[in-house]
Design a protein around this ligand. Structure first.
Ligand SMILES: NC(=O)c1ccc[n+]([C@@H]2O[C@H](COP(=O)([O-])OP(=O)(O)OC[C@H]3O[C@@H](n4cnc5c(N)ncnc54)[C@H](OP(=O)(O)O)[C@@H]3O)[C@@H](O)[C@H]2O)c1
Length: 281
């Protein structure tokens, strides 16, 4: 297999950084991007090309960065939309600015980078789009509604893009991690909303404490997660001999929670079938 060229967003830490390390280890080429170039200097020393890319920039700035990226190796084979963060807080206490910031990075950033890469993929009639979704794209846990909503939005967009572009030879992979040990819950990355409304105080405070306890103690191993994702993109390892996959849920917590939701959804659908199907002309 000829080496693939990957472009990853949000490579300063966590899954992004691990993607870069394992891609290089498999002999592929990678353009590691981050909003602060100095945060990915060490990846350059490891053999990655680096580029500044803040996914909240204007589309023109992002398009320019993607053109520059294409010029580095003469093309891009795989785009990984990885950049993201969590805004914590009860819906009633979230400001418009917080909601916008969450969607600006997790959803609109993902859309803008994907839109910038798609013409290149269509022209080549090839390419792989990888979206780092989440268990939170399936389940709206309390006090992380902004994050869940942004990841639900990514799920919907990824499903549509898959249907729109698979005829052009473009593959879409939606990775859905449960809780994995990265810096996602580290204060500073995680934006916490101190509860002011007394009704929410107790539950929201204990949720914040829970997140702090879970920071760097999550059950999921990012090294294993990235290895599986690389296998599925490169059709090797654990993916070998399996039919193509669109949704890739990862983590035991993800398996259990998604299964429960699917079962409840089917139960609800069947329980209401007579009513659901009674509203047609
Ligand atoms: N870890 C988990 O349990 C888990 C579960 C489900 C989904 N995910 C998803 O996995 C992805 C990676 O997160 P992680 O777990 O690796 O957490 P992380 O260690 O906090 O990494 C997040 C990365 O996103 C970058 N980023 C944030 N805003 C950005 C922007 N505007 N432009 C470019 N980069 C930006 C951060 O860069 P800076 O250093 O500049 O802030 C950082 O490199 C996220 O989309 C997250 O939602 C993670």
């Amino acid at each position: 297999m000829a080496p693939l060229v990957w472009l990853i967003t949000g490579c300063s830490s966590g899954l992004g950084q691990e993607f870069v390390k394992q891609i290089l280890a498999r002999g592929d080429k990678v353009i590691a991007t981050a909003r602060r170039l100095e945060s990915i200097e060490s990846l350059q020393n490891d053999g990655a090309s680096t580029l500044r890319l803040d996914v909240t920039d204007e589309p023109e700035v992002i398009n320019k960065a993607i053109s520059e990226a294409i010029g580095i190796y003469g093309g891009i084979d795989v785009l990984v939309n990885n950049a993201g963060f969590i805004v914590q807080g009860a819906v009633e206490e979230l400001s418009q600015d917080q909601l916008w910031a969450e969607f600006n990075t997790n959803f609109f950033g993902t859309v803008k980078v994907t839109q910038a890469v798609l013409p290149h993929f269509r022209q080549r009639r090839a390419g792989a789009l990888v979206f780092v979704g989440s268990l939170s794209g399936w389940i709206g846990h309390p006090y992380v509604a902004a994050y869940a909503a942004s990841k639900f939005a990514v799920e919907g967009m990824a499903e549509s893009i898959k249907a729109e572009t698979e005829g052009f030879g473009i593959r879409t992979l939606l990775v859905e991690p449960g809780r994995f040990r990265t810096n996602l819950l580290t204060l500073g990355n995680l934006t916490v909303t101190e509860p002011k409304i007394s009704d929410y105080k107790e539950a929201a405070s204990s949720m914040i404490q829970g997140l702090a306890k879970e920071d760097r103690a999550q059950p999921g191993n990012p090294v294993k997660l990235i290895s599986v994702v690389l296998d599925f993109v490169r059709n090797e390892g654990v993916a070998e001999g399996r039919p193509p996959v669109f949704r890739l849920p990862l983590g035991t917590d993800c398996y259990e929670e998604v299964k429960k939701k699917c079962e409840e959804t089917l139960e609800n659908l069947e329980a209401l079938k007579d009513i659901t199907t009674s509203c047609d002309f």
